[in-house]
Structure formats: structure tokens, C-alpha cells
Design a protein around this ligand. Structure first.
Ligand code: SAH
Ligand code: SF4
Length: 410
């Protein structure tokens, strides 16, 4: 389906005054409580006030979602002036916003350079579904890995995103979806965590999140902090191509759900599709999965498997897959390949995908294929990407990966 027909024309967003200083002042967003206390101390906030100020600001930033110090109504005016003089809490610039008829939204965001370097742009996608809304978040601009079926893999790594930039994708989405409480809500009022528009996060955008571990960790711990954004860790899924040394830490230090980009069940094939396999072959990867902290039948690992015609889609492969996952509480997500200009791969035929899925179902794994809705999004992805690539040649972010809509768990 050509979903571009259903997409509204891109909306150019006006500049916002509070953003003007965003490139020069340090941000308070994406700091741990300790880091925020340090930053406040550095601008003269008294030691005995630090704890109280940090929790006030934390509440305004992450419960109320303010992006302007003047809206922090229970912070004294002179304190607000001090904060304003030294820090920013501005959102990134929205270069473009597209809204589809079915509610899928895509934002092209521009982050200021903050010191040396150039501004960078990332896209973030919101996919609403019955009972949940998933935000697909990016961890790097580009990717240093070169998975042969992934468009992102054809682009060099520009840089890691900071914790602020990762978290800002969520704050921005909640702003635009009206997913923060109204500004008139009384200070101290209880904010329901249920019924949110963004209920799930998937780290399935651009880049390899485990090559940017510390920033991803900080951002996800803030996103799941019970006194702030309060997203359940069971509704946050981190997808990795298989950075084995960081897998245990992901469960241990972040505690989110894990997805593995498997795509092949033999080392020779996986070496070609997901070249990090040469460094961390299947046996090591599977061992790391078995040791993933908190793993149980209620907390399974998702194995992503892209369906590539005549490459990895035979019944032999399906058998190998079941064999490989033996003993690991697992779910399998079959992803129809999303073609992009210049690729040599093709998506498997629908009948082949169904046969593969039936085999897996018979082995006890439920609903592994993307629904037609997901396929629509996949189609949209190819369309959107080429369209935006025509529009901006440099630093383009290929985001089909995030459009694949490998959603997190309920
Ligand atoms: N770098 C991380 C997360 C981003 S990619 C990772 O590799 O896991 C999110 C998912 O989309 C991964 O499973 C990736 O392998 C898959 N993917 C990438 N390009 C794709 C394409 N063209 N068609 C289908 N799936 C793709
Ligand atoms: Fe990077 Fe993931 Fe794409 Fe591989 S699949 S190139 S790790 S973004």
C-alpha cells in the first residue's frame, strides 16, 4: 500500500524563542539526580537546598513536561532566573512533522551542536495501536555496524546521541501528542500513569544502542523512574545486533526487555548478514541470552528474524531456529524485509513467510508475523525514506528499522 497517499503534507515548524539558547547552554534534561545536583551546586544553589530543588525540577521536567523555566510555578522567581541564566530545558527543533490518517506520526528533529560539532538530525516515529502506543527511539546518528540488509548500515556513524537527545525524543513525542498533564493541573495533583499515549518504547531506531551504553542507560532509567516519566521497564525493549559483552549489563543495570537481531541460525550466514557475528558468534550470543538477568517465561527475549528471499527463509532455517532457541524463554518476530534503493535482497514470498511461521507456531511460538497494519507501516517506511532523502542529502537518517514496528511488550 502506498501510504504516502494517507500522509498529510509535511508541516514546517516555527522557531521557538526558548530554543535560541539551546545550543549554547548546558541542558538539565537527561542528567541523573546526582548530576543535576552537581550542576545546581555549580551555579550557587545552597547545599541544603539541593535535594529539594532536584526533586522539584525533576517533577516539572518529567511529570509535568515543562520546557520553559517560567512554568515551574512553585520555584521562586530569583531561582528561576538563575536557572534560566545558566541552563536550558528546551526541546529539539521539529524540522518536520508528518501525521498519517491511521495516527502514525513521524518527526524529523534537529539537535543543536552543544559546543563543538554540527547539529544532528534524527527521526522518531510514533505508532498507535489498540491498547498501546509505541515510540521508536534512536540511539546513534548512523551506525558503525554494516548489516548487509539494513539501510542504516550503509551510512557511517556520525556520533552517539547523548542521554538528553535520547530522552528528548520521548519528551517531544509526549508534548506533541498532548500526553503531559494540562498546565492548569494543580501543583502536587496525582498524575495517572495509565492511559498514556506513549505506553511503550522500543530502542529500534537508528544505531546500535549497546555501542552507546551509558547514555542509553541514563535515558532509560530516567524514562522508567517512578517519580517522573514512570514507564514500566516491561514496556521498554532494547534491540541489539549482538554486542555480547554488554548484554548482561543491559539486564542487570537497566532491567529492560531484550530483543536480539538474529536473522540467521548458522555462523557462516550470520557473518554475512550481521557482521558483528564474526566477533561474537552464535554460541557466545546464545550463552549471553541464557544468562540474561530476570529471564523467565513471563519475561522472554524477542528474537527478530528478517525474511530474506532464498537467503534465510527455508524450512531448514526454521528448524535450525527452533533448535538454536531450545531452553531460552523466547518469542520470535518475523519481519518481512523492507527493501531500499540499491539493495540486492528481496522480501520472501508471503507463502514462504506463512510456511515458516506455521512451522514456528507448531513448535510452540505464537503470532510471529507482522500484521497487515505493520506491513502498511513497512510500506510507508520505504516511501518516507526516499522522500526525505531527496529533500536532504546530508546526515540523513535511515529509519526503516524503526518503522518495522517491532513493538515492545505489554
Ligand atoms: N541496531 C539495533 C537496533 C535497530 S534495528 C539492531 O540491529 O538490533 C531494528 C531492527 O530492524 C533490527 O532487528 C534490524 O535488524 C531490523 N532491520 C534493519 N533493516 C531492516 C530492513 N531493511 N528490513 C527489515 N528489518 C530491518
Ligand atoms: Fe546498525 Fe542495527 Fe542496522 Fe545492523 S541492523 S546496521 S546494528 S542499525
Amino acid at each position: 500500500m502506498d501510504v504516502t497517499e494517507t500522509l498529510a503534507a509535511p508541516v514546517k515548524m516555527p522557531a521557538v524563542a526558548s530554543r535560541l539558547d539551546a545550543g549554547t547552554k548546558p541542558t538539565l534534561i537527561g542528567l541523573t539526580r546526582e548530576e543535576m545536583a552537581e550542576a545546581l551546586k555549580g551555579v550557587g544553589v545552597a547545599e541544603r537546598q539541593l535535594r529539594m530543588r532536584v526533586s522539584q525540577i525533576w517533577h516539572w521536567l518529567y511529570v509535568r513536561g515543562v520546557s520553559d523555566f517560567d512554568h515551574m510555578t512553585n520555584v521562586a522567581k530569583d531561582m528561576r532566573e538563575t536557572l534560566k541564566a545558566h541552563f536550558t530545558i528546551a526541546r529539539p527543533e521539529i524540522v518536520e512533522e508528518q501525521v498519517s490518517n491511521d495516527g502514525t506520526r513521524k518527526w524529523l528533529l534537529r539537535f543543536p551542536p552543544r559546543g563543538a560539532g554540527r547539529p544532528v538530525e534524527v527521526e522518531t516515529v510514533y505508532i498507535p495501536e489498540e491498547g498501546r502506543g509505541t515510540l521508536c527511539v534512536s540511539s546513534q546518528v548512523g551506525c558503525s555496524l554494516t548489516c548487509s540488509f539494513c539501510h542504516t548500515g550503509t551510512q557511517r556513524l556520525v556520533r552517539n546521541l547523548t542521554a538528553e537527545e535520547i530522552l528528548s525524543q520521548l519528551l517531544l513525542a509526549r508534548d506533541r501528542l498532548g500526553d503531559f498533564p494540562d498546565r492548569d493541573t494543580p501543583v502536587g495533583a496525582m498524575m495517572p500513569a495509565e492511559g498514556r499515549k506513549v505506553s511503550n518504547i522500543v530502542m529500534m531506531g537508528m544505531g546500535e544502542p549497546l555501542y552507546n551504553f551509558e547514555s542509553v542507560k541514563t535515558a532509560l532509567l530516567i524514562a522508567s523512574d517512578g517519580d517522573g516519566l514512570s514507564l514500566s521497564k516491561r514496556r521498554i525493549t532494547l534491540s541489539t545486533s549482538g554486542v555480547v559483552p554488554e548484554i548482561f549489563r543491559t539486564g542487570d543495570e537497566i532491567g529492560v526487555m531484550l530483543a536480539i537481531s538474529l536473522h540467521a541460525v548458522r555462523d557462516d550466514l550470520r557473518d554475512m548478514l550481521v557482521p558483528i557475528n564474526k566477533k561474537y558468534p552464535l554460541k557466545e550470543l546464545m550463552d549471553a541470552c541464557r544468562k540474561y538477568p530476570g529471564l523467565s517465561n513471563a519475561r522472554r527475549i524477542t528474537f527478530e528474524y528478517v525474511m530474506l528471499k532464498d537467503v534465510n527463509d527455508s524450512l531448514e532455517d526454521a528448524k535450525g531456529l527452533i533448535q538454536l532457541l531450545k531452553g531460552i524463554p523466547a518469542k520470535i518476530n518475523l519481519i518481512p524485509f523492507n527493501p531500499w534503493p540499491g539493495t540486492n535482497y528481496q522480501c520472501s514470498d508471503w507463502a514462504t513467510i506463512e510456511k515458516f511461521a506455521d512451522f514456528i507456531n507448531a513448535a510452540g511460538y505464537a503470532s510471529p508475523i507482522r500484521t497487515p497494519r505493520g506491513r502498511d507501516i513497512l510500506a510507508a517506511c520505504g516511501q518516507l525514506k526516499s522522500e526525505s532523502e531527496r529533500m536532504r542529502k546530508t546526515e540523513r537518517l535511515a529509519f526503516e528499522a524503526m518503522m518495522i514496528a517491532n513493538h515492545g511488550e505489554d
